[in-house]
Design a protein around this ligand. Structure first.
Ligand SMILES: [Zn+2]
Length: 401
C-alpha cells in the first residue's frame, strides 16, 4: 500500500485533507472534511492515514510506503508494538513493514485539548471531569469537542445522514458549554472490509480522525467504556478493551492521545452524569436512530435500570419513554438479564450496583429471563439445523453427495 502526500484544500465552507492510496485493490482517495472555521487545526503530516489504514493494510498483508512525513514516535510504535496488540485482537492480521520517506522528530505540541463527544454516558463523564470540575489541571481542561464520521453512524449515505442528525442534536450542548464542536466527516469506513467491523476496529479509526487535527490539538481525550479491571488484549472482543495500551502507542510528539474513564464502573459514571443538567435534554445512549432513546435496546436498558436504582429516572423524562419503562419494568428487566453474566462486564456492574443498593429484583424476573434464554438457544439451534438442511439439499441437487 502506498499513502501519498496529503493535499489540503478549502472547498466552500470546509477544509478537506486528502491522500491518494495505491493498494492491491487499486487507486483510491482517503479524505477527511472539517468545517473551515477549524481549518487551522489540520496537520500536513501523514500520521492520520497511517493510523487509519494500518489494520486494512495488515488484513491485506501489504507493507505501507509513505510519501509524506510521519512522526518518529509513531513510526517506532506502529512498526511492531501496536501491530502486536492488533494481531492479538484480530489473529488473521499479518505483520507488515512501514517505509516512510521522512521522519519528524520532536516538535512543540499545540495548546488545544479536545474530547471525542457523542452525547452518551462516557462522553458526559469526560465533560464532568475535564470541563465542569474545578479541580481539572489547565493542560487537561477541554477547549474543543469532536464528533467523527468513521463508521459509528453506519455506512455510506445512511451513515452520513445519521452523523448530520447527531451533529445537529449535539450543537446546542456545545453552545451551552461554550466548547466548539469540530465535525470530522470522512470516507475512512469504506477502507474496512469484511471481518473488520466498527466494534472490532474503532480505536484506530477514531484516533486517525483526531490525528488530522494535531496542528491545533496537543491532547485528545478518548472516553472509554470499560473499567481498568476489564482491559483485555485478545481475540473476539475488539480494540476498545485495549485502549489504555494502544492510545500511548498511537500518540505522536505533538499530540497526546489519552484514554480516560477507566477508574469508574458504568453505574458510577451514570450517576456522575445525572448531576449535569446539560445532559437532561440531550443524553444519547441508544443503539438505534431516532430523536429519543428507544428505551428497549440493551444500551437504553442499562442506563434506565441504573437511573431507576439510583432514583434519578425523572431527570431524563425528555430523553426516554419513562412511563412505558415503568409499566413494563419486570418484562424489560427479564430481557436485560437473559444473557449470561460473563457475556457483559457492563451488565454485571449494573447487577452489582442493584445488589449494593438493596434493590430487589423479583424471582419471577429471573425465571422469565431463563425462559427467554432457553427460547433464544432453541431458536438458534433451529436456524442452524435449517442451514445444514439447506446446504445438504443444495449438494444433492448439484449431484454431489
Ligand atoms: Zn435504545
Amino acid at each position: 500500500m502506498r499513502i501519498g502526500k496529503p493535499d489540503i484544500a478549502v472547498e466552500g465552507n470546509t477544509v478537506v485533507y486528502r491522500t491518494e492510496i495505491e493498494s492491491e485493490d487499486g487507486h483510491r482517495e482517503l479524505w477527511f472534511r472539517i468545517d473551515a472555521e477549524f481549518g487551522d487545526l489540520v496537520t500536513d503530516t501523514c500520521d492520520a492515514p497511517l493510523v487509519g489504514l494500518l489494520i486494512p493494510a495488515m488484513a491485506a498483508g501489504e507493507d505501507i510506503h509513505l510519501s509524506g512525513a510521519i512522526s518518529e514516535r509513531l513510526y517506532y510504535n506502529l512498526s511492531a508494538p501496536c501491530q502486536s496488540v492488533f494481531r492479538n485482537v484480530i489473529p488473521t492480521l499479518r505483520a507488515i513493514s512501514l517505509r516512510p520517506s521522512e521522519l519528524l522528530p520532536g516538535r512543540k505540541p499545540a495548546a488545544g485539548v479536545a474530547a471525542g463527544f457523542t452525547g452518551g454516558i462516557d462522553s458526559f463523564c469526560v465533560l464532568a471531569d475535564h470541563h465542569y470540575s474545578p479541580d481539572c489541571p489547565e493542560g487537561f481542561r477541554l477547549t474543543h469537542l469532536v464528533l467523527n464520521n468513521v463508521g459509528s453512524h453506519g455506512h455510506g449515505a445512511e451513515g452520513t445522514a445519521l452523523f448530520e442528525e447527531r451533529c445537529a442534536r449535539l450543537t446546542p450542548v456545545a453552545e451551552r458549554t461554550g466548547l466548539p464542536l469540530v465535525r470530522v466527516d470522512s470516507n475512512l469506513d469504506s477502507f474496512y472490509g469484511e471481518g473488520l467491523g466498527f466494534l472490532q476496529t474503532h480505536t484506530p479509526r477514531l484516533l486517525s480522525a483526531a490525528l488530522v487535527l494535531q496542528r491545533g490539538l496537543g491532547r485528545y481525550i478518548s472516553a472509554s467504556t470499560f473499567n481498568y479491571s476489564d482491559v483485555y488484549v485478545g481475540p473476539a472482543r475488539g480494540t476498545g478493551l485495549t485502549e489504555p495500551i494502544t492510545l500511548p502507542l498511537l500518540s505522536t510528539e505533538v499530540i497526546d492521545l489519552l484514554s480516560v474513564g477507566h477508574i469508574y464502573t458504568r453505574p458510577e459514571k451514570t450517576i456522575k452524569v445525572a448531576e449535569i443538567a446539560d445532559s437532561y435534554e440531550v443524553l444519547d445512549v441508544c443503539m438505534k436512530s431516532g430523536s429519543r432513546n428507544c428505551s428497549q435496546c440493551k444500551e437504553c436498558l442499562r442506563t434506565l435500570i441504573t437511573l431507576d436504582i439510583a432514583g434519578l429516572l425523572d431527570r431524563y423524562s425528555d430523553r426516554f419513554y419513562i412511563d412505558k419503562y415503568r409499566a413494563n419494568r419486570n418484562k424489560l428487566l427479564a430481557r436485560f438479564l437473559q444473557n449470561k453474566p460473563r457475556r457483559g462486564a457492563l451488565r454485571r456492574e449494573v447487577l452489582e450496583f442493584a445488589k449494593k443498593s438493596n434493590w430487589r429484583i423479583p424471582l419471577s424476573v429471573y425465571l422469565n429471563a431463563r425462559r427467554y434464554r432457553i427460547g433464544n438457544t432453541a431458536r438458534k439451534k433451529l436456524r442452524w439445523l435449517k442451514r445444514i438442511a439447506q446446504h445438504t439439499g443444495k449438494k444433492r441437487s448439484d449431484g454431489r453427495v
